[in-house]
Ligand binder design. Sequence first.
Ligand code: SF4
Length: 489
Amino acid sequence: MCGFIGLIGTDAPVREVHDGLLAIQHRGQDAAGIVTYDGRFHLRKGEGMVRDVFTPEAMAGVRGEVALGHVRYPTIGSGGVEDAQPFVVTHPFGIAMAHNGNVANYDALREQLLRRARRHLLSKCDVEVILNVFADSLARQSAGGEFTPELFRAAVAEVYAEVKGAYSVVGFVAGKGLFAFRDPYGIKPICYGKRTRSDGKIVHAVASESVVLEILGYEVEMRPRPGEALLILEDGTVHWEQVVPPKSRPCVFEFVYFARPDSTLDGVSVYRARERMGEALARKVRRMGITADAIVPVPESSRAAALEMARQLGWPFREALVKNRYIGRTFIMPGDATRQRSVRHKLNVIAGEVDGKDILLVDDSIVRGTTSRKIVRMLRDAGARKVYLASTAPPLRYPCVYGIDMSTRKEFIARDRTEEEVAGLLGVDAVIYQDLEDLVAAVTAESPLALDDTCHACFSGIYPTGDIGQEELDALEKEREEVHGGQGS
Ligand code: SF4
């Protein structure tokens, strides 16, 4: 999970990239970076939050009407500053690139680039592979000539043919234009927007989530679509190209947890989708015959669903868990020790709201159970009588190979366990999981998509790209264990 923004025509590159990345800081708190171009590249990147990296001193001299910004959560890369995005190459053109996603055939492509094109990589970050496949295609096809939209299209087609996995990409070709493209499955979100400067010039932008562009005052369009590419030349000409037919499979987990509730992904409001998740979960609670004195959300991602559950069931909604906003998201903190310590500092219980009551706790998902177990303990210590746990997502049982570093298979609490066994491990009276069909219905209600048109692999084990077998899963898990012991809450 990462976030990005790309701009062309901007008169305030540092301010817009800074403010845009702040709006999607939730997508990665591990590193941040910016690159602009004004006749030469100005590249700044570092580890930490946007506020740590974008200091006035670091941003001195960063100029240009074209700019990229990125916040990172590590996937393939181990997380040093050398793996922070954006990346730049200088042949056959000056090209900068950033992405959100994960390249499934990273090792094979790295070897191929070395063998075929003598291209050496500087990092373990997978966008460098995409960048070099793209640049190598341009080098062969341009044969020393000029950059053209036709060459761009051909290079994107080559990336689609060679790079497996999930990726939404933004980049620019120095002195030529800004570009963006989305893999044929459209697993990762991306959107486009434009605004008019005070001097009448149009600024074009792409970003991971619509909230970025809305905050910056852009009119937002839900494109590029899966398999579609966008090129905006310096003279303002806009080229949209459906490079390959779309096989739409957007990530349903974006709606459960990652995206901001005020974002719209592929035309679907995240907030409304979460409300629908709550509606479906309320029906299930009713079917199970469970009753409680209060519904308590685990802040923040489950709030909209919990509120809707309370409305549907007619039970009191109580914000009995209070979050310290100055501690990062538990789920995306590398390393279990950091994660465990942060849970207790991050959440506190208002004892008077739970003492002597039966509580229906609502969380967005249950990964390893580390966070849930601690919260349940806190509620019981504060006097809660019965504690039920409802999850707006179905049981997580399979690793994500598309850029969400949530856990290895053996670490999922729901793996090879019944719901009763999970409830026992978590210390709750019952666990209520969302049904997969209901989750997908909640996510696709405003769109023509159906169950088979989404990615739900972490719940179902059905990987939509069709190129993920046991070998790929084993390799991914081995790497996760080596790098930082997997993620999850
Ligand atoms: S496997 Fe899960 S988290 Fe990963 S892209 Fe698919 S739905 Fe999203």
